[in-house]
Design a protein around this ligand. Structure first.
Ligand SMILES: [Zn+2]
Ligand SMILES: [Zn+2]
Length: 264
């Protein structure tokens, strides 16, 4: 009786082992689909994109007509360059953006920054990589530099979202990604609560280049998640030019299109 019982148990164990083996083999030959970094749904990835088609369709990509200096979509009747670029001088020569800072893109960028989602930040960078493929304005770029965070902010957040977004981009462009060259030497107040003039003042002397040799004579692409007034990026570009960079272009995942929200 006991022997019979033992044999039954052995049969059950063998059955479980066989099933596990079968499942492992299935996984080997039919690996599970990757899941979209934005919505978590399994999807068939189109390399290198980490987002599914449904999520991509929800992103408000920049569409023409745009401002020739900053890629901001021109609103009804607005002439080129856009209102934001008129009367402003920036230290970068060209600003580019992939999407408008609105709707789903606003949600994604917020999450990538504040919900401890380094995977989402890097995933969004795969959009940069695809976007950059046929972008003639990036042909002269020698190096990619993400806008750095102040060390205190980096310690709190745990990662620099701009740096993670720039990784797939630099790989796609086959250009070096410099992460320690430009540094934030002054902790700035959060730009979102400041007026336009305060923002400009707030970013003054916020950046310094610690390795001038790395940027000397080079055309640099500065990368960040969001551009609103452009003052932060312009201050970073100024530091790079002072260090000897030949020129600076900027690329952000999103550009703000509702200037009324950042007060005059
Ligand atoms: Zn998705
Ligand atoms: Zn413009």
């Amino acid at each position: 009786m006991i022997i019979k019982e033992k044999r039954r148990l052995t049969d059950i164990n063998r059955g479980i082992a066989l099933r596990m083996l079968w499942q492992a083999l299935l996984k080997l030959f039919y690996p599970p689909l990757p899941s979209c970094v934005a919505c978590g749904e399994p999807f068939t990835s189109v390399y290198p994109l980490a987002l599914c088609q449904g999520c991509l369709e929800r992103i408000p990509f920049v569409t023409k007509p745009v401002c020739s200096r900053c890629d901001r979509p021109l609103r009804g009747g607005e002439t080129d360059p856009c209102r934001e670029c008129q009367g402003e001088t920036y230290f970068y020569e060209q600003a580019m953006a992939v999407a408008v800072y609105d709707g789903y893109m606003r949600e994604l960028l917020h999450s990538a920054k504040y919900d401890f989602r380094p995977d989402l930040a890097r995933g969004l960078g795969t959009i940069f990589a695809v976007w950059a493929e046929n972008e003639t304005r990036l042909e002269e770029i020698d190096a990619v530099i993400p806008v750095p965070l102040h060390p205190e902010k980096l310690a709190t957040r745990g990662y620099n979202q701009a740096e993670l977004m720039a990784e797939p981009l630099a790989a796609a462009l086959r250009r070096p990604l410099y992460t320690g060259v430009l540094q934030r030497v002054r902790a700035t107040l959060s730009q979102s609560k400041l007026s336009r003039r305060e923002r400009k003042e707030n970013t003054r002397n916020a950046f310094a280049v610690v390795n001038c040799l790395a940027v000397a004579g080079k055309e640099v692409l500065l990368v960040d998640d969001i551009r609103t007034t452009g003052y932060t990026l312009s201050a970073a570009a100024r530091a790079l030019l002072l260090a000897g960079a030949r020129g600076v272009k900027v690329l952000t995942m999103a550009v703000g299109v509702t200037p009324a929200q950042w007060k005059n």
